[in-house]
Design a protein around this ligand. Structure first.
Ligand code: ZN
Ligand code: ZN
Length: 338
């Protein structure tokens, strides 16, 4: 396939719009190819708002958030409480800046080390990722190039690490003018992921757990079985029977159950494809990738696809359907019937 240089993309600006009376979507630009923006949501609460998620930290990013707020008649100083659905940079990156300006508290799930530990020591986190890639069978040459390209550019999109004032766990209630929101743990996409639900209005703030367009991503290496956790978290959200979903990327959507089912179906397909890939001979995770995705890893997809594949292999292992073969790099095969 010919590689065509992407035309210089005109950088978007932060934009604010009302979703419902007392609920505003703040659409904030992202520097990532294929993921042009993320959402934060402001919900009226007394003389201010509760802000759900933050947008990523990078030069000029706070200005985008301020511009989006301004378009709906709000300012950073109106934020009475900051709630993060999870600790990824596009949802937590500007937390420090917002707290400093608004003087508010941050509430977030306590399993945030997958980001806060990495951001505290980016060099070590990067070395660890290289090691996982090497162990998964990625050849030395692309690894060396990757390390070179990344050298000195280890930006995590986080203004400063701030720890939550309160652990966002089931039982914690977030009080707004639209009623109280309950907390539902939904690990899988990230260990720190929660969804927030307003029961009377059946509104769901879904972060990255449920998006308008099915897009699977898991943080690998922090919990025993991210893919299995994600599937169970889909059940959690399904049971809530939400009417309107305010997702971390893209437009709000209504057919929540259909989205849950589409996620389940795609994850199930990929798990089955990974299982097929190791049915006849032991393979490394790197060798499994093209058999599942129909394309080789590129620098762009390396982190994403490799982590996803490792999560499915790990899931099959937990289910007793796959096992590791002692080899360097590590190979996986279908578990032998015992
Ligand atoms: Zn995320
Ligand atoms: Zn996100």
């Amino acid at each position: 396939m010919a590689r065509v240089a992407e035309p210089a993309r005109k950088r978007e600006l932060g934009r604010g719009e009302r979703v419902l009376p007392g609920v505003w979507r703040l659409r904030l630009p992202l520097p990532w190819p294929g993921v042009p923006h993320c959402n934060a949501f402001a919900v009226a609460a007394g003389d201010g708002v509760v802000l759900f998620d933050t947008g990523m930290h990078e030069p000029g990013s706070l200005g985008h958030l301020e511009r989006a707020l301004e378009q709906v008649g709000l300012r950073l100083e109106h934020v009475r409480l900051l709630v993060c659905t999870h600790a990824h940079s596009d949802h937590y990156g500007q937390a420090a800046s917002i707290i400093e300006r608004a003087g508010c508290e941050l509430w977030m799930h306590p399993n945030h080390a997958h980001v806060t530990a990495s951001a505290a020591d980016p060099e070590q986190a990067f070395r660890r990722r290289l090691e996982v890639a090497r162990q998964s069978g990625v050849p030395e040459e692309p690894l060396r190039r990757w390390a070179q390209e990344r050298a000195g550019k280890l930006s995590y999109g986080i203004a400063k690490i701030v720890l939550p004032d309160r652990d966002l766990l089931p039982g914690v209630e977030i009080v707004t003018d639209l009623g109280t929101w309950s907390v539902h743990e939904t690990p899988g996409h990230a260990p720190s992921h929660v969804c927030l639900f307003q029961a009377e209005r059946r509104l769901l703030i879904s972060g990255d757990h449920l998006l308008g367009r099915v897009s699977l991503y898991y943080d690998y290496g922090w919990t025993p079985d991210p893919a299995g956790e994600f599937l169970r978290s889909l059940d959690v959200v399904d049971r809530l029977d939400a009417r309107l979903c305010l997702a971390g990327h893209g437009k709000p959507f209504t057919d929540v159950r259909a989205h849950v089912q589409a996620n389940r179906a795609l994850a199930g397909e990929r798990i089955a494809a990974v299982r097929d890939a190791i049915a006849d001979e032991p393979r490394t995770a790197f060798d499994v990738v093209p058999l599942v995705y129909g394309a080789e890893l590129t620098p762009l997809t390396a982190n994403w696809w490799l982590a996803e594949t490792l999560c499915y292999l790990r899931h099959l292992e937990v289910e007793g359907l796959a096992e590791r073969v002692a080899s360097e790099p590590e190979r996986w095969r279908a578990a032998r019937a015992s």
